[in-house]
Design a protein around this ligand. Structure first.
Ligand SMILES: [Cu+2]
Length: 166
């Protein structure tokens, strides 16, 4: 009268069906992320889970040195941020981040990880100053703000100055 076995089979089929729908939507999202990145690098951050772009009014500044300053070989660099809050690296809190000093290099596109090497210095404790030593001659300093996972907030949260080391 009542084929319980058949119902079980149907239920099983339905499970499989919803699973394949889930897989399809995951690959659709992944596909969008790749397409979005190639179409517009500035918008790449929109597709990164947990990454929130910086507010439009936020910015970073060099307090010292200033653009075109002449400095000694060993000198202090002081930096600031407005419109966002400093927060140590390791935690993802929206509206927060930490500074990076890039020596003779450019800002890092939004959503990309700031490299950690000799020319990309992370201030993951939330520091706002450091002392560096550079060879005499012209140099470019870039300040880059990034989130708790070191994902760059992009060129709008960066600033570059040209200095001369004597
Ligand atoms: Cu960092």
């Amino acid at each position: 009268m009542f084929d319980f076995q058949a119902i079980l089979v149907i239920v099983d089929h339905m499970k499989n069906f919803s699973l394949s729908i889930l897989c399809l939507s995951i690959s659709a999202v992944a596909g969008t992320a790749v397409a979005g990145q190639s179409a517009d690098p500035q918008m790449a951050h929109l597709n990164i889970p947990g990454f929130e772009a910086a507010p439009a009014t936020a910015k970073v500044i060099f307090e010292s040195p200033k653009n075109h300053d002449v400095v000694t070989k060993k000198f202090k660099v002081k930096f600031g941020v407005s419109g966002m809050k400093l927060h140590p690296a390791g935690e993802l809190n929206p509206g927060t981040g930490h500074h990076h000093l890039i020596i003779d290099g450019d800002s890092v596109p939004a959503g990309q990880t700031v490299p950690a090497d000799a020319t990309h210095i992370h201030f993951g404790k939330g520091q706002t100053e450091t002392e560096i030593e550079l060879a005499p001659g012209p140099h470019k300093l870039t300040l880059q703000f990034a989130n708790g996972a070191h994902l760059s907030y992009g060129p709008t949260m960066a600033t570059t100055i040209d200095i001369i080391v004597k």
